[in-house]
Design a binder for this molecule. Structure first.
Ligand code: CDP
Ligand code: CDP
Length: 203
């Protein structure tokens, strides 16, 4: 199924998936897709009154270029639409085509190693404690002027983790052959170095 070289990176909210993915893509010259943006774009359309399945079926790349997708409200809406099987099914082809790019690709999300790219050459599961993840997301949102309290961010992260892990369709879990990277006590550079070393070995 995969023609180029695919790196699948999964994990819970604010674990560092995006940060590691971007650095790995830059290091190896791979294309990068943040698949969370697909669900966030559908979630944003639903907040604006759209039907979730229609929104997923009519999604266009321009829908992903939107700064408002980063808000906690959109994140919660994303995780609610992400339990719907027809929504997930509508987004599969786009993700698999992206993964098969000749020059190599990194995809990060929740079900990349388990459902979207089960044949990925490298699978990473990036995680960290809920408190560390909430602290990081809190700092990130504060920097953008979004004034949620730490407690509210932690509650949001926990609610989303629970919904993502407990859903019937493509639940969040490490693939059997995923390498675990716990970033709780790692700097960004150290986490990236672990990922780069694992990918270098697999190539
Ligand atoms: O993509 P995901 O939601 O998993 O997380 P992210 O957006 O890559 O990272 C969330 C925040 O944690 C960012 O502000 C990162 O700079 C920070 N981070 C960190 O402090 N230490 C790490 N080892 C990884 C990420
Ligand atoms: O950046 P963060 O990790 O906080 O969230 P995200 O990756 O943007 O994902 C937002 C939501 O989309 C998640 O909580 C999941 O419910 C859903 N999602 C999913 O179900 N499958 C994916 N491959 C990516 C995201």
């Amino acid at each position: 199924v995969t023609e180029g070289f695919t790196v699948a990176i999964d994990g819970p909210a604010a674990a560092g998936k995006g940060t590691v993915s971007k650095a790995v893509a830059a290091h190896f010259g791979f294309a990068h897709l943040d698949t969370g943006l697909l669900y966030r774009a559908v979630g944003a359309k639903v907040l604006a009154g759209a039907d979730p399945v229609d929104a997923a079926r009519t999604l266009i790349p321009d829908d992903l270029e939107n700064d408002s997708l980063r808000t906690p409200e959109v994140a919660q809406s994303a995780s609610r639409v992400a339990v719907i099987a027809e929504v997930r099914a509508a987004l599969v082809d786009f993700q698999r085509s992206f993964a098969a790019r000749a020059g190599g690709a990194v995809l990060d999300g929740r079900d990349i190693g388990t459902v979207i790219c089960p044949d990925a050459q490298v699978k990473l599961f990036v995680t960290a404690s809920p408190e560390v993840r909430a602290q990081r997301r809190f700092a990130e949102l504060s920097g953008k002027g979004i004034g949620d309290s730490y407690d509210r961010v932690l509650a949001d992260v926990r609610a989303r983790d629970a919904r993502d892990m407990e859903r019937a369709e493509a639940p969040l879990r490490p693939a059997a052959d995923a390498h675990m990277i716990d970033t709780s006590t790692l700097t960004i550079d150290a986490a990236v170095a672990q990922a780069v070393a694992l990918i270098t070995k697999a190539r």
